[in-house]
Design a protein around this ligand. Structure first.
Ligand SMILES: [Zn+2]
Length: 122
């Protein structure tokens, strides 16, 4: 799903959906969801992304389109251009929004894993 390399111990591994852990916090009335994982070797924790309710909705929409895209591809069909554009647009917006959310809220996000906060993933 996502290739990662641990900055601390150098371990390379492929992240699976089941490796991802979610934590929530409310800052300035905004409900935020942090997604993080733990290195399999040294247990260092890393932040994958920070979402608010709006970006989670976009994510759902993007997932739905991606699933449809895959399904059609399997049947040798292509998705309508408009939907493909929409999917790509959502991906772009998500990257942008998550960067903003991380800059704005991550420093105040209350999350403590064995005495420390997950590091930001490079
Ligand atoms: Zn590690």
């Amino acid at each position: 799903m996502l290739e990662v390399k641990c900055d601390k111990c150098g371990a390379d591994f492929e992240l699976d959906v089941t490796d991802l852990i979610e934590a929530t916090d409310v800052i300035d009335g905004v409900k935020l969801t942090a997604t993080y994982f733990t290195c399999r070797e040294c247990k260092e924790t890393y932040l994958v992304q920070l979402d608010d309710e709006q970006s989670l909705k976009k994510l759902e929409e993007e997932k739905r389109l991606r699933k449809r895209h895959r399904f059609l591809a399997k049947n040798n069909k292509v998705m309508h251009q408009k939907q493909t554009n929409k999917m790509n647009q959502l991906i772009k917006e998500l990257i942008h929004t998550r960067t903003l959310l991380k800059d704005k809220y991550w420093a105040s996000f209350d999350l403590n894993i064995d005495g420390k906060k997950p590091q930001e993933l490079n």
